[in-house]
Design a protein around this ligand. Structure first.
Ligand code: KIV
Length: 291
């Protein structure tokens, strides 16, 4: 367990001991050797500096997901998320961690039109945030873009299966691949992104068998979310796993019930303010007695 010293001029917390080196995209890629990943890859989303600090010692990768649209901003989907939002939150997360690789989601509309457009957007994300990788959604159609970016120095995480930016095409957020044709397409998507050079691939919301087929078929590590325990790693949305929402998808395991605990803390505070029992002498400035 590391401790932190806060530099109050920059709000940057320095962990002690300072980790020697941040995890890199090649080292994540190399965790899968001859089709096997000895130690599963641990990934969570993070959107703020403080959350990054808390998660960093435990995670191999932190994803600044465009899920921040719903989780932080109360938007109805990830579609309205902008480049400015991704860059601001990406930079905050990079400032808060030292060890994990930070990847930032490319927002909808910033990369689909052409590989050149994707390069301009991804290089902006990397310059403004300091992140080491970007993630983009899509399969075969995005393979030339993944290859274009990878060949030009931008590590890419692919994302296939349930791709939330395509919600208007998919018609909802239900699990994908219950029909053979769609299952085959998802596997083909993952293979195409793998061939194009993605250093790992998120597989979201698919039937377990599809996730297992992909994990066995591609050389890049497969990071599952609503996929399979046999994937090379797992990712969850941090607010979901902390129990910040009343309703979560079936594939989420709640590791805490923060919504309830925050509500209880706020209720106690409100009671004490109304009863004038907060603040007490402990929280009040008073002149020091003269000696
Ligand atoms: O935006 C996000 O948080 C994601 C994860 C769910 C993989 O893409």
């Amino acid at each position: 367990m590391s401790t932190f010293t806060m530099d109050t001029s920059t709000s940057r917390a320095t962990p002690s001991p300072v980790p020697g080196k941040r995890i890199t995209a090649p080292s994540i890629r190399a965790r899968k050797l001859d089709g096997r990943t000895e130690q599963p890859i641990v990934m969570l989303t993070a959107y703020t500096m403080r959350m990054a600090q808390l998660l960093d010692p435990h995670c191999d990768m932190l994803l600044v997901g465009d899920s921040l649209g719903q989780v932080i901003y109360g938007l109805p989907s990830t579609i309205p998320v902008t480049m400015e939002l991704m860059c601001a939150h990406g930079a905050a997360v990079v400032r808060g961690c030292w060890h994990a690789l930070v990847a930032v989601d490319m927002p909808f509309g910033s990369y689909e039109a052409s590989p050149e457009r994707a390069f301009a957007s991804a290089s902006r994300v990397m310059k403004e945030t300091g992140c080491a990788a970007v993630k983009l959604e899509g399969g075969e159609a995005m393979a030339p873009t993944v290859e274009f970016l990878t060949r030009r120095g931008i590590p890419v995480i692919g994302h296939v299966g349930l791709t939330p930016q395509a919600v208007n095409i998919l018609g909802g957020y239900g699990a994908r691949g219950s029909e053979v044709r769609e299952a085959d397409k998802i596997v083909a998507d993952a293979k195409a992104i793998n061939e194009a050079g993605a250093f790992c691939i998120v597989v979201e919301g698919v039937m377990e068998g599809i996730a297992n087929t992909i994990t066995n078929a591609v050389s890049a590590p497969v990071i599952g979310i609503g996929a399979s325990a046999l994937c090379d790693g797992q990712v969850l949305v941090i607010d979901d796993m902390l129990g910040m929402f009343e309703r979560t998808p079936r594939f989420v395991k709640r590791y805490d019930d923060l919504a309830q605990r925050i509500g209880e803390a706020a209720r106690t505070y409100a009671e004490e303010v109304r009863a004038r029992s907060f603040p007490t002498a402990d929280q009040t400035y008073r002149p020091k007695p003269r000696s």
